[in-house]
Design a protein around this ligand. Structure first.
Ligand SMILES: Cc1cc2nc3c(=O)[nH]c(=O)nc-3n(C[C@H](O)[C@H](O)[C@H](O)COP(=O)(O)OP(=O)(O)OC[C@H]3O[C@@H](n4cnc5c(N)ncnc54)[C@H](O)[C@@H]3O)c2cc1C
Length: 338
């Protein structure tokens, strides 16, 4: 049994804490947040603000084959993780849909050229799959893609990890076996954007996202709109809640959602689903995605130290695969069903 100190109780930190404590290690986690619950004030873990799209095919358009391959590995791991958690976590793999308005068909085809396995749908097929959508949309199905409920997953990972949680604690420096003044057998750096330094050229990429309430909305699976200017997605969180996201702005501004982003996101979503006219806006949220210059993740292992960062816009898609690589490489644990 090893003593392990983890800096950061976001997605990466909680996955490590859960897997390592389950393997019998003594785990302590440090995070500046006042507690484990989300606050939606733009300051907490990016993981709470995420939509939870699990889209290896669509993300390959910008991330390439490496991101897609890690994504498929994670898609095999998520059901095993969720099956071992005591609290319920919504996880679905009913495919996702790419949509385009007729006038944007050219732009959509250029994007589709970079996406593997998209299956064109007829108008009748689309109406059968998603009856609540505006007629006349062009549509493609992305088989195997899915969705996770980030807040439920963060809550369940915290509840399932037998760790000492030190809230309100900033870890300024990390060395092998050391988090600040605290000594462990292993130190894990899972600070997301909080690890920004001259050694790790991280930057925050602002994302704005909107929660809507609409009882009986009828949407079954995540949608992405292929649009020349906005890449918006609309997804069902539960039977009465929808999520519209997300802006992607080169800024570390954590201030509230701008009028322009809100208008653009909601207008694009409404153009897909007319019934959204009656939806109620329940939350406007903002957070920063931790990104490296090449937009690829950075995983590092040396004796006594693991680091994982730069998960950018694909953290929920990539984290299980990358955490698993580091766990197996260090011989400390595994995320797989035991
Ligand atoms: C609007 C939005 C939508 C998104 N949608 C998706 C999506 O649909 N699918 C997807 O796969 N990904 C999505 N993401 C990306 C995903 O949320 C991130 O990639 C992921 O949260 C990164 O995980 P992380 O653990 O590295 O960082 P975080 O989740 O940000 O966690 C970092 C933690 O470290 C803590 N910390 C910071 N500094 C310190 C310090 N000095 N000491 C100790 N702790 C510290 C923070 O308080 C925080 O709790 C989205 C992100 C945003 C913002």
């Amino acid at each position: 049994m090893a003593s392990i100190g983890i800096a950061g109780a976001g997605l990466v930190g909680r996955l490590f804490a859960w897997a390592l404590s389950r393997a019998g290690h003594q785990v302590e986690v440090f995070d500046p947040a006042p507690g484990p619950a989300p606050r939606f004030d733009g300051q907490g873990a990016a993981a709470f603000s995420a939509a939870g799209m699990l889209s290896p095919r669509a993300e390959a358009e910008s991330g390439g084959a490496a991101i897609a391959a890690l994504g498929w590995t994670s898609l095999a791991l998520w059901p095993q993780i969720v099956a071992q958690l005591r609290l319920p976590v919504r996880l679905q793999f009913d495919d996702s849909l790419l949509l385009a308005h007729g006038q944007d068909f050219g732009a959509a085809q250029r994007a589709l050229a970079r996406i593997d396995g998209a299956e064109a749908l007829s108008a009748d097929q689309l109406a059968e799959l998603e009856p609540s959508l505006q007629p006349g949309l062009r549509a493609w199905r992305l088989p195997g893609e899915g969705l996770i409920h980030p807040v439920e997953a963060m809550t369940a990972l915290h509840e399932g990890a037998t760790a000492r949680w030190h809230w309100g604690q900033v870890v300024p420096a990390i060395e092998p076996g050391c988090l600040g003044d605290h000594r462990f057998d292993w130190a894990i750096d899972a600070r997301g954007l909080g690890a920004k330094s001259i050694h790790l050229p991280l930057r925050g990429v602002r994302g704005e996202i909107i929660s809507l309430a609409l009882a009986g909305h009828g949407l079954r699976r995540p949608l992405r709109l292929l649009h020349p200017r906005h890449r918006i997605y609309l997804l069902p969180r539960d039977e009465a809640t929808l999520i519209v996201g997300a802006s992607e702005i080169e800024s570390e501004d954590r201030s509230p959602v701008s009028l322009q982003s809100a208008v653009e996101l909601m207008a694009a979503a409404h153009s897909l689903m007319p019934a959204l006219a009656e939806a109620r806006i329940t939350r406007l949220d903002v957070n920063l995605r931790p990104a490296l210059p090449d937009h690829h993740p950075h995983a590092h292992a040396e004796p006594g130290l693991l680091r994982l960062n730069g998960l950018y816009r694909h953290g929920w898609l990539l984290a299980p695969a990358l955490v698993q690589q580091l766990l197996l490489g260090s011989g400390l644990a595994s995320l797989e069903l035991s």
